[in-house]
Design a protein around this ligand. Structure first.
Ligand code: NAP
Length: 304
């Protein structure tokens, strides 16, 4: 079996940046991605805060990052990792469908998954009106009324995208002000088919086989919104459980590490949105990728 210098788990911005840095340091690198290269950013319709790029779709940015990592010689496999095991040489990485890979070091860059609302029947209605990615599924609701839940940049961007496709967009948020960028809030205020539903919580999902409406509690009153689509954009949470034997997790499940992205276990590094840190942004994910790769390279070089 090939012994890779660095196995990177996760092919989003953090993992792909780590791959570029590690390849440029001459290391043999494997990136394992369970879904599509590019990670969460590929769901962003427009990215306007990545240095040097005025405006680009998240999908294009993700593609470019993947292309760059492969051009530099990183190997890529589409595999979902299920477990890590310590070996004499470093690590054995086990995948869901039986594949195994060996690496001297591992960088975990597994990102985060969309947070669920936690309302009754949410799981049952996923794909039948309830969704987490307006870029992926918005077009199914052309000409219809939809709701977006959340107050961060994802929710604001989703509402903007859906306002171009749908007849009506309700933006439901639990506070009276948004966490996302003021520029986006202002642009949405200008839209005639967008209604802000503030200080409101979604309490029920209506409809038998597919969504026909939602109930919101707004300042003590109950209100029904007739929507066929609900996009939940209330943030993300990490999925680090499978690796908890080798690193400390904070109360929310994020992986603890030093500024150099080292975990408490030798040869295991962590980068991007799965890592505990103050700011989870595209730029900080990319930064982590570089830091983790260089720390892994230094570790390998010390080992000889
Ligand atoms: P976020 O900024 O964490 O916002 C999550 C929103 O959901 C908050 O408004 C929060 O409300 C609300 N929320 C959380 N739990 C909730 C619950 N149980 N019920 C109802 N509402 C709930 O998440 P995000 O919008 O996904 O963004 C994540 C990060 O990616 C952010 O740093 C964002 O700036 C960045 N991002 C960047 C771009 C880009 O173009 N570069 C695009 C999208 C996202 P409270 O405000 O009350 O806490």
């Amino acid at each position: 079996m090939v012994l890779y210098d660095i196995i990177i788990i996760g092919g989003g911005p953090a993992g792909l940046t780590a791959a570029v840095y590690a390849r440029r340091a001459g290391k043999r690198v494997l990136v394992l991605e369970k879904d599509a290269l590019g990670g969460q950013i590929t769901w962003s319709p427009k990215v306007e805060n990545f240095p040097s790029v005025l405006s680009v779709s998240g999908a294009e940015l993700g593609n470019r990052m993947a292309e760059q990592a492969m051009e530099q010689g990183a190997e890529v496999e589409i595999e979902e990792v299920s477990a890590l095991e310590k070996t004499e040489a470093g690590w054995r990485v086990r995948c869901l469908f039986g594949a195994e890979y060996e690496g001297r070091t591992v960088i975990l860059a597994t990102g985060a998954k969309p947070r669920m609302l936690g309302v009754d029947r949410e799981e049952e209605l996923v794909g039948s009106g309830v969704g987490y990615c307006a870029v992926c599924d918005g077009a199914f609701f052309k000409g219809e009324a939809v709701a977006v839940n959340g107050g961060g940049n994802s929710a604001l961007q989703d509402a903007m995208l859906l306002s171009e496709i749908c007849d009506r967009v309700y933006l439901v948020h639990r506070r009276d002000s948004f966490r996302g960028e003021e520029k986006l809030v202002e642009a949405l205020r200008e839209k005639e088919n967008v209604e802000f539903v503030l200080n409101a919580r979604i309490t029920a999902l209506l409809g038998e086989d597919s969504l026909t409406g939602i109930t919101v509690e707004q300042e003590g009153e109950s209100r029904e919104l007739p929507v066929s689509g609900l996009f939940v954009a209330i943030g993300h949470e990490p999925d680090n459980g499978a690796f908890a034997d080798f690193m400390d997790l904070d109360a929310r499940g994020y992986a603890a590490s030093g500024e150099d992205c080292r975990t408490r276990t030798e040869g295991l590094f962590v980068a991007g949105d799965c890592r505990a840190k103050g700011i989870h942004q595209l730029t900080t994910a990319v930064s982590d990728g570089a830091v983790a790769a260089l720390a892994a390279c230094a570790f390998l070089d010390r080992q000889g």
